[in-house]
Write a new protein. Structure first.
Length: 489
């Protein structure tokens, strides 16, 4: 591996600043707070619930108030307030900030401010953003570049989801919801794919979403780079009109960065990477799924632009074990493997379940899928049914309520999704509460089964609970007829 020079630390622009984060416990928000703590800021904040992210901030001397948001949570002397996208205009702490005349920025606005202090790399797309952002950050780290990064997921190999590095690059996940990514002006960006999502916000559907991505691409600084997954027609149309150089990626075909000679072993792919017409490197991934071949190709292109040595990037991709809640193996007990995943869109669910089948070869693949948002469930009801049909057994709790109106809440229910599953011949079951699901699973799971908890809400809690219960279960206590349980719960 080629020795890399030690990067020179950028100026600590936040030293002495007093910054208050409303909703500090969220994954992205806590990442920003950690970043400015490392830059020397005095951080305070609030969140309705405690958790690991809040504990980490407190361990770095941040003062986080837990519970009801109130004006008293904001200390005197604060000169900047950063608010989560979930914070509403009538939030008492926002009102107090305005009363004091304190500057207020949304999460994405502040992340855009940070990007101007570094050479920004932004990864956008309906699917794969977190994993690819983590891949790029880890590869640059392994190449000795010590990048700064803010990722919407925890990454154990990087020590968390954020870091203020000594290198010149800042790697960020660029989300399209609320057009947040329009606050960024990256030097290099990737658009992985574009599909319908966030239809509670993009009322114009796919054309409006594609236009939002086009406007994101237009914000790449002159002389920068767009890395584009042009197998997607929407991405291809944006690439054809982009004002900066474009490098395309894909599997086979005529792409600037392409994967050839794919071979799978337990769902994990080995492949050759060609850059233009020449063989560039060979890669062996440690995480499963054909979709991760695409994520790795975009990572290779971005890291090459950033000056990382190819052998360092190849080694990093081969050793990368993934981000939290991305097909994360929680453990094994009583012959059952328990896995957790964040997938909450039909395309993600289908790809993840297929990868899980290839990786684990289960006797039965169980999924506890917690739908995220009533509106998303209503918009994609049929698509959710088809995606979940990859599993053998599907348990659905109540829909995770976030952002939707009460009218939307009344328009669709978890029972509607289970009805769609049963219409398709899928073994689907509605069980309202987590505790009832927990009991049902412990009685029903058998050696050789894989259980996957799936969704963007709090369904991940079930994975640890069930794993712990399975570890205490006596073999003879498993119910030989699990279909007799839980149907009326």
């Amino acid at each position: 591996m080629t020795p890399q020079p030690t990067p020179v630390a950028p100026p600590r622009s936040f030293a002495g600043r007093k910054i208050h984060f409303i909703g500090a416990g969220g994954c992205g928000m806590s990442g920003l707070a950690e970043f400015v703590l490392q830059e020397g800021a005095d951080v305070s904040g609030s969140d309705q619930k405690a958790g690991d992210a809040v504990s980490r901030l407190e361990a770095h001397d941040a003062k986080i108030c837990i519970g009801q948001h109130q004006a008293e949570n904001m200390p005197l002397g604060v000169d900047l307030v950063v608010a989560s996208a979930a914070i509403k205009p009538d939030n008492p702490e926002l009102i107090e900030a305005r009363r004091r005349g304190v500057s207020v920025q949304k999460y994405a606005q502040f992340l855009g401010t940070l990007m101007k202090m570094r050479k920004g790399i932004a990864i956008a797309g309906t699917h794969g953003k977190s994993t690819t952002t983590a891949m790029v950050s880890y590869a640059l780290h392994c190449a000795g570049k010590d990048p700064s990064f803010v990722i919407g997921a925890e990454v154990g190999q990087l020590g968390g989801g954020s870091h203020a590095g000594r290198g010149e690059h800042l790697v960020v996940e660029a989300c399209e919801f609320d057009r947040s990514f329009h606050n960024y002006e990256p030097h290099a960006a990737a658009i992985l794919n574009i599909e319908e999502d966030h239809l509670d916000y993009y009322h114009g559907g796919l054309p409006e979403i594609r236009q939002a991505f086009a406007e994101f691409a237009a914000k790449i600084v002159p002389g920068g780079l767009l890395v584009a997954g042009t197998a997607d027609i929407g991405v291809r149309e944006i690439a054809e009109k982009c004002h900066v150089p474009v490098e395309t990626f894909g599997i086979g075909g005529r792409f600037d960065w392409r994967a050839e000679n794919l071979e799978a072993n337990q769902g994990c792919f080995t492949f050759d990477v060609y850059e233009k017409e020449g063989l560039f490197v060979s890669v062996r991934l440690a995480i499963p799924g054909r979709h991760n071949v695409l994520n790795a190709l975009s990572t290779m292109a971005l890291c090459h632009w950033a000056g990382a040595a190819p052998d360092a990037v190849t080694g990093a991709l081969g050793g990368f074990t993934g981000a939290a809640r991305r097909m994360e193996v929680i453990g094994e007990a009583a012959g059952v493997t328990v896995v957790d995943d964040y997938a909450h869109h039909p395309t993600e669910i289908c790809a993840t379940l297929k990868a899980a089948r290839a990786r684990f070869n289960p006797k039965r693949l169980w999924v506890v899928f917690q739908p995220h948002q009533h509106s998303r469930t209503r918009f994609f009801l049929k698509e959710f049914g088809l995606a979940l049909a990859v599993a053998d057994k599907v348990v659905v709790p109540d829909i995770y309520f976030v952002r939707d109106s009460e009218a939307e809440r009344q328009a669709v229910s978890a029972e509607n999704l289970v009805g769609e599953l049963q219409r398709l011949g899928v073994d689907g079951l509605y069980i309202k509460e987590f505790e009832s699901i927990r009991r049902y699973l412990v009685e029903s799971l058998a050696p050789g089964d894989v259980l996957m908890t799936m969704g963007a809400g709090d369904v991940w809690r079930l994975a640890g609970w069930v794993l712990s219960d399975l570890g205490r279960r006596k073999p003879e206590t498993r119910n030989p007829n699990p279909e007799s349980n839980g149907k009326s719960q």
